[in-house]
Each structure stands twice: as C-alpha cells, then as structure tokens.
Design a protein around this ligand. Structure first.
Ligand SMILES: C[S@@+](CC[C@H](N)C(=O)[O-])C[C@H]1O[C@@H](n2cnc3c(N)ncnc32)[C@H](O)[C@@H]1O
Length: 200
C-alpha cells in the first residue's frame, strides 16, 4: 500500500523541495483567474501553488496526503499573509465536493493507475460548470532525465491519459513534449511533460 511517508521524509528537511514560487505553467494561466474563484491545489506538497492562487485572490484549498507538507503549506500561507484551507488526505479516497471548485490545479501529481482513475473521477465531480482544470505532469519520455519525476513509469501521464480521464471537458490547451524546466532548487533542465487547460 502506498503511503505519504516518503513525501513526509522528503519535506521534513529545511527549505522547499520545489521552491516557494508557483509552477511556471500555472503562472502562465494567470489571465484566466478571477478573484473569488474557488480553487483547489491537488497534491500541493509544501504549498507553493496553493499559496500563489490564494495571493491572486482565489479562495483556495490545498490538499495533500503529507501532513509534513501541509504544515509547511499552512506556514507559508501565514508568512505571506493569505488564507489557505489545508486538507490532509489521500486524494484517491477523498470525498471530493460536488461542483466545489472553479479552478483545479493538478501540478506534478503522479498516482498509480487505479488511484489516478479514482482521483480524476473525483476531480471531474468537483469541477463546477465553467470551471478550469490546469495540469502539468511528466510523461514516459521523461524517464532517465534528471529534471524530476517518478521512477515507476505506470505513474506517468500522457496526452492520451488526459483525454481519457477528463473526457467531456473542453480542451483549451493540450500539449505533450519537451519544455525547459526551471523551478525550485532541484528540478532544473529539459523535461518531458503533458500540459493541459480544460474547461467544464
Ligand atoms: C511531485 S510533488 C508536487 C507537489 C506540488 N504539486 C508542487 O508542484 O510543488 C507530488 C505531491 O503529490 C502528493 N501525493 C502523492 N500521492 C498522493 C495521494 N494519493 N493523495 C494526496 N497527495 C498525494 C505528494 O505528497 C506530493 O506532495
């Protein structure tokens, strides 16, 4: 059974594994955000994306199964002077609120296939009419690169998986290929990703 322990250990050290600045792809979607939108940062780790969404005036929930990560997310929000609701849970079994969010950010969250299917079904339920899902994740072409990502290829994403799990959403953008990754202290360099902006 998977647990959060490996992530707890990773987050227990000082500093921020992926930095304190938001993911650059999420940042590039700032023009689509409106104050007061209800946002969810899925697998938010130490909170860099959730806190940034809160700073844009969105009413933001940060969800992650790592209590260590969530404590750091809450502390980062407090330090930056914004409100952030944190929920510590496994997103594959979470009771995702029906139509609860206008924006879901799914940034570098890689789950085993059955868990991924359950979490994506939850995200589909939770996306309100007109709501946006912004995602960036690694693809199998990332294997062997040093710019991050899981070693187990079954956890990786692809354009086809995005189309499968989020079928029925309008595709505003859906791309798969190489990008220059420059965020946080460690994940640097060329990376292979799937990126999407989808709308209900
Ligand atoms: C690569 S990190 C990305 C963190 C954050 N999204 C970011 O971009 O900085 C993946 C995160 O997913 C979380 N995660 C993995 N499996 C999860 C699950 N089943 N439920 C909730 N969180 C999970 C981990 O704890 C970790 O914080």
């Amino acid at each position: 059974m998977s647990t959060s322990l490996a992530w707890d250990e990773r987050y227990a050290g000082g500093g921020f594994q992926f930095g304190e600045a938001p993911n650059l792809y999420l940042l590039s979607q700032a023009h689509r955000l409106r104050r007061g939108m209800r946002a969810l940062a899925v697998g938010d780790g130490e909170g860099r994306n959730g806190v940034w969404l809160a700073e844009q005036g969105l009413v933001t929930t940060s969800v992650d199964w790592s209590p260590v990560g969530q404590a750091k997310a809450a502390a980062l929000a407090e330090r930056r002077g914004v409100g952030l609701r944190t929920v510590t849970t496994d997103v594959s079994v979470w009771d995702w609120p029906d139509a609860g969010f206008d924006l879901i950010a799914w940034i570098f969250v890689h789950l085993p296939p059955a868990d991924r299917a359950a979490a994506c079904a939850g995200a589909m339920r939770a996306l309100a009419p007109g709501g946006l899902l912004v995602m960036e994740c690694f693809t199998p072409a990332q294997e062997g690169r040093r710019s991050g990502g899981p070693k187990d290829v079954s956890l990786l994403w692809s354009r086809a998986l995005v189309e499968q799990h989020f079928a029925g959403l309008e595709v505003l953008e859906l791309l798969e290929g190489p990008v220059a990754r420059d965020e946080g202290p460690r994940p640097q360099g060329r990376a292979e990703v799937a990126r999407a902006v989808l709308k209900r």
